[in-house]
Design a protein around this ligand. Sequence first.
Ligand code: COS
Length: 381
Amino acid sequence: MNFNLTDEQTLLQQTVRQFAEEEVAPGAIERDETKTWPEDIVRQLGEMGLMGIMVPEEYDGAGMDTICYVIAMEEICRADASVGVIMSVNNSLVCGLLDDFGSNDQKRKYLAPLAKGECLGAFSLSEPQAGSDASNLLCRARLTDDVYHITGTKNWVSNGIHSDVVVLFAVTDPEQKHHGISCFIVEKGLEGFSVGKPEDKLGIRSSDTSELYLDDVKVPAVNRISDEGEGFHIALATLDSGRIGIAAQALGIAQAALDHALNYAREREQFGHKIVDFQVIQFMLADMAMEIEAARLLVRRAAFTKDQGEPFSRLAAMAKVFASEVAMKAADKCVQIHGGYGYIRETGVERLLRDAKITQIYEGTSEIQRVVIARDLQKKG
Ligand code: COS
């Protein structure tokens, strides 16, 4: 067993860390406050190959493995988890889906520009009545003369406003329940396609989340991904990969919390001592470091298992639920160590607590992750 990163992984970590510290971190508090989309940063991520990290070079991706992906996600999210979600949606939910299930023509037309960051993708499964119960979709796609007519409302779409292309799930045969769901590539700008207002969120505020409205949007049949009825399987398989990315996002937030807490504790004096000298603070820092280390091992183990081509659904769920809980605890401790200074916006650490919360909710709540783990245990022991 070897826990060391390869030379390629180490170089990537150093490069992304430097970029995150110099370009991403400086404006993070202000972007959060003003809900400003990080346009310039997203462009630079594309230029650095970070929008298509695992996409094969043949399709203009960086051709790296999932370990590289989680390393990059952790470093970016250590600076700004809003940037991290924009990146993770494009990488795992859109590029990953197209790479795994798209036809060669679809990959040439859509995957290559998405991987290069020339355009941005979104993933649209949820609907107002279909969150955890993801197969309960109402959005309908009817086929006539090689064109699907899609009508319905989708919600909670990350990158919903700024994306150019959406991979979207709709019902092609309502009689078939989850076997009647299909997956489509829908270009923005088609007649009948409109986007809702940006949601006003607790955290990850400089990323966008919106509803999508489809009113008889005409999508060519060649834009259906895989066969009719394969959509639910595609969605769940893609979410397995996505969950590793969100686990890495949570890890980055947790590490940022520890960084801030340690720096502050070393500087802050009370009762004539640096507060880092008090055992109560030391125990908090020790617990944060210990839990972050455990989360990192689990995240990288899930990524490694995926790279080996082995089943990784259970590990992805474990990594997400564990890392997101560690992020919440670390961010809470970080605010507590900062005292009153942690509770005001300008210190920037309350943002970590707000950003951490979503990692327990999106791409499957912690409760759903436990369902996935328990079902896998029942099946395989
Ligand atoms: N990958 C591929 N296929 C999977 C799968 C996976 N990880 N897990 C289940 N499936 C397949 C099953 O094999 C089954 O297919 P068949 O009927 O052909 O055998 C089908 O999906 C339905 O499986 P199941 O009966 O277990 O589905 P449920 O409706 O009970 O849902 C959960 C299972 C709850 C785990 C799933 O709906 C889920 O993950 N929900 C959360 C969705 C989510 O993450 N939403 C966030 C949206 S993106 S922000």
